[in-house]
Design a protein around this ligand. Structure first.
Ligand code: ARG
Length: 603
């Protein structure tokens, strides 16, 4: 073997071993040392966190609290741990340095050699994805999102479940989960009685082409409802329609199917605009044959009981739900939202073998989900089947500038489709102003779409999802601050650096020397934190953690780019700076893709 070949394989070997998930690996190193020290027990958790860069990159916080609890001096415990680590030779000092600090913290500092090796090892979105795949490997997760009620238009508020849900699906998939996107359409509610009665009464021709059928359905429903309120006989007609439908009358079913088909087609326009693809669109109606099974099993197991003619579940151990029942069958025999949701969980267990079900739904439904989950826990326990992890991924309300739920000037709901089209239109006006002479009109159109839709999505995701937020066109389309235009522009700018250098991102890196300047090191450290931020984001299913990180990363990139000239003649320095540019690009694009945004090479 020639000398060169040996070197290459050694280098490759080194990179294979470069830790991806650094806190996790550091934690294992410490636990390995703890296992050698007699006074450690299972209660010890090193609790490694990212820390203020002044102290290092990561900090073990767990020694302090554990030492105090068991009556040992935490600083001495930390010292003993690190002596053992050294004796065992399980932490390469050329890669990770450490320091015992304060009353018993251990601060770890990644060396510039580590930083460079890591960045050479994890180059592309796929490298990151492969490595991140351990976090959720093998888990089967249903994400129930969007899930609007059919025969109605989606309004602004509906965007939250869609964009948060899609980001969560992408994040979980990236981390190795098998994700099932399920659009649980509300297509089996009491609204159909009135709507079907109105369609017949006003002779609405479903077969004829209509410009905005969902708008028509809403009008029909409203007018139908007004009649019902005025005239008892009409009310009876509407109830009859509902009973016929629920009893499987063929004519009713075919009318109902037609309404749903038209509704789904109309909803699809929005999913297309947002590039959303569901694996399943089963809807509430899909479970209608399973509802009797739900009643029967919940009665047999003693979980449900009759109360004033209705079938209900009380949770006596709960302060509120001991008196506030979870109603699963009304006294007139009709099923409810709760009943279909119960049947749905059983199906997701039996059919999808779901390990976890995430419901991306408005926080106003938190009582419903709490009661649902409590009921299912008892039900599955009684059946002796494993309980999937059930999570309500709740979110707040979108507010207008007046801090009230957002409305049009005349006080109506803003239609989601109108909002998205307006976003693209506004983005066009803004992007065109930049007057980039390289761009054709067609390109401007594509760019406006990416920027406009991306801006609306990002403005939603960058907020802690449980908070309400104020919708502001000026803010979300601004090129300054934590916005999509700012981040997309950062991406396009890095592409343009490579265009000017006539290089592909990721090329000409072999000569890279170790980082030296403060700005290089700060950027490299931030890039590596991607993994920790990703983990935090999926653990909490809160995309804003990732948004904040991407924004800060762009800031550090700008600082680096302003301070350190990239295209200089010194090949070693040029190489490492090109590498930093390329990796920032990878991490920014990966992050934005995870959030559901497309990125642009030019804008
Ligand atoms: N259709 C419901 C609504 O618009 C949301 C459904 C959420 N999913 C669920 N399985 N409950 O409020």
């Amino acid at each position: 073997m020639t000398k060169l070949a040996t070197n290459i394989s050694l280098v490759e070997h080194l990179f294979m071993d470069i830790w991806f998930n650094i806190p996790k690996e550091l934690s294992e190193v410490i636990l390995q040392a703890a296992a050698e020290i007699p006074y450690f027990d299972k209660s010890f958790n090193p609790d490694i966190r990212t820390t203020d860069p002044r102290f290092g990159d990561f900090q073990a916080n767990g020694v302090l609290s554990w030492g105090k609890n068991v009556g040992q001096n935490p600083r001495q415990v930390a010292q003993k741990l690190m002596e053992t680590v050294e004796q065992l030779g399980i932490l390469d000092p050329t890669l990770v340095g450490y320091e015992i600090a304060g009353p018993g913290f251990i601060n770890f500092q990644l060396t510039t050699k580590f930083l460079l090796s890591w960045l050479k090892r994890y180059r592309k979105e796929d490298d990151l994805k492969t490595a991140a795949g351990d976090i959720y490997r093998g888990k089967r997760i249903v994400v129930d999102f969007s899930s609007p009620n059919s025969s109605k238009q989606m309004h602004v508020g509906h965007i939250r479940s869609i964009v948060i849900g899609e980001a969560i699906c992408r994040l979980l998939t990236f981390c190795g989960a098998y994700v099932i996107r399920d659009n649980h359409i509300g297509d089996w509610g009491t609204q159909y009685g009135i709507l079907m009665m109105a369609i017949k009464r006003f002779d609405y021709n479903l077969k004829a082409p209509h410009k905005n059928p969902l708008n028509d359905f809403e009008t029909l429903y409203r007018e139908g409802n007004a009649l019902v309120e005025k005239d008892q006989k009409v009310g009876e007609k509407a109830r009859e329609e509902l009973v016929k439908l629920q009893n499987g009358d063929l004519d009713s079913l075919s009318l109902w199917k037609e309404i749903n088909k038209i509704s789904l087609q109309a909803l699809q326009e929005i999913y297309d605009l947002l590039d959303i693809h569901f694996d399943e669109t089963l809807g509430e109606s899909y479970y209608r044959d399973q509802l009797n099974r739900v009643y029967q099993e919940l009665i047999e197991t003693g979980i449900a009981e009759e109360s004033q003619g209705a079938l209900v579940v009380f949770h006596r151990e709960h302060s509120r739900y001991k008196t506030q029942p979870f109603i699963i069958r009304k006294s007139d025999g009709a099923s409810l939202y709760s009943t279909t949701d119960l049947a749905t969980i059983l199906y997701r267990h039996e059919h999808f073998q779901a390990d976890e079900i995430n419901y991306v739904v408005d926080s106003r439904q938190s009582d419903h989900f709490e009661q649902l989950f409590l009921t299912v826990r008892k039900w599955f326990f009684a059946k002796g089947i494993p309980l999937p992890k059930l999570k309500h991924i709740s979110f707040g309300t979108i507010l207008g500038e007046d801090r009230k739920a957002i409305k049009t000037r005349s006080g109506e709901q803003i239609k989601l489709k109108d909002l998205l089209n307006e976003a693209v239109h506004r983005a066009f006006n803004i992007v065109c102003k930049k007057k980039n002479p390289d761009l054709t009109n067609e390109e401007y159109k594509d760019i406006s779409h990416v920027v406009g839709i991306g801006a609306v999505r990002y403005a939603d995701l960058m907020q802690n999802r449980t908070s309400d937020y104020v919708f502001s066109w000026d803010k979300l389309l601004s090129f300054e601050g934590n916005t999509a235009p700012y981040l997309l522009y950062a991406v396009a700018r890095i592409y343009s650096i490579f265009r000017r250098a006539k290089l592909q991102p990721g090329s000409n890196e072999n000569n890279a020397s170790e980082f030296e300047t403060e700005t290089e090191i700060a950027l490299a450290q931030k890039l590596i934190q991607f993994v920790t931020v990703l983990e935090q984001t999926v653990n909490d299913l809160r995309p804003h953690f990732l948004c904040t990180y991407l924004y800060e990363l762009s800031g550090l990139f700008s600082a680096f780019y302003n301070a350190d000239k990239v295209l200089i003649s010194n090949q070693k320095i040029r190489s490492r700076r090109l590498l930093l540019c390329a990796r920032t690009l990878t991490v920014l694009e990966t992050g934005l893709h995870l959030l559901g945004l497309n990125t642009l090479a030019k804008m």
